[in-house]
Design a protein around this ligand. Structure first.
Ligand code: ADP
Length: 260
């Protein structure tokens, strides 16, 4: 009995283990210091929204996690493994646990929908094509596009393309899903469907989500924590109730006042 209790406590502790840590991370583009000795961490399974004015460094954080760019200083750790500084091999290993959905979908235009989703699981994870296709069909069913396997991306609406991009990211079974303003390029009538899909994913999976969005109702619904950025630093963080309901920092009040 005692062992069982201890086990369940340990399991709960593991649920809240820190998954992502930025320590003293600085990123410059020329003379522009975009992230300035940034520290923050995200626990496993949590949904964290990054808000703040344009140019405050939010996308850069996602791109660092995706290893699309490297910091100038500091350390980034995912699941206790260094992402930076680290060897290329180590980076690739850690990066397998991270998926990203971009504003502009970024599907492979020359590949049919099914192939867009199976490509990385086959080439990066080493799945057989049959396994990868079975998983891709399940995911396409989940995102409501079971009948679009043989379409090319340009034959789909923006909302459908973004659903494929979400399925493609999930096909890698990532621990972390990065969402970079994923509805900003969509026609207004297509936004709600994509956000509902993401709400479902947030509710039904244990994937850790980092989300840059201007959709504040969505942020309020899915977030465990909201980080407010300004000039490359987190100036305020807390629950959505606190940040949206009773922001402490003048810059947060100004920012939310301008967009809400
Ligand atoms: P946000 O997502 O908060 O709008 P970004 O992370 O996209 O901010 O950009 C932060 C700053 O970094 C901006 O000033 C932007 O112009 C600059 N920046 C981003 N990417 C590059 C790049 N590849 N080259 C030069 N400057 C860049």
């Amino acid at each position: 009995m005692k062992e069982a209790e201890a086990g369940s406590r340990a399991d709960r502790a593991a649920d809240h283990a820190e998954l992502i840590r930025f320590e003293n991370v600085t990123k410059r583009f020329g003379s522009n210091t975009v992230l300035d000795r940034l520290d923050f961490s995200v626990d496993a399974g949590k949904h964290v929204t990054l808000i703040g004015p344009s140019g405050s460094g939010k996308t850069t954080i996602l791109r660092l996690l995706m290893t699309l760019t490297k910091p100038d200083e500091g350390t980034i750790t995912v699941g206790g493994q260094r992402l930076f500084p680290a060897s290329d091999k180590q980076c690739r290993e850690v990066r397998k646990n991270i998926g990203m959905v971009f504003q502009q979908f970024n599907l492979f235009p020359n590949m049919k929908v099914l192939r867009n989703i199976t490509e990385a699981p086959v080439t990066v994870l080493g799945l057989s094509r049959d396994e990868a296709e079975a998983r891709a069909r399940e995911l396409l069913d989940m995102v409501g596009l079971a009948d679009k396997c043989d379409s090319y991306p340009t034959q789909l609406s923006g909302g459908q393309q973004q659903r494929v991009a979400i399925a493609r990211a999930l096909a890698m079974r990532p621990q972390v899903l990065l969402l970079d303003e994923v509805t900003s390029a969509l026609d207004p009538e297509l936004v709600a469907g994509v956000l509902d899909l993401l709400r479902d994913i947030a509710r039904t999976t244990d994937i850790t989500m980092l989300c840059v969005t201007h959709e504040m109702n969505f942020a309020r619904d899915i977030s465990d924590q909201v980080l407010m950025f300004d000039s490359g630093q987190v100036i305020e963080s807390g629950s959505p109730e606190k940040i949206f309901g009773a922001p402490e920092h003048e810059r947060t009040r100004e920012f939310l006042g301008a967009i809400l």
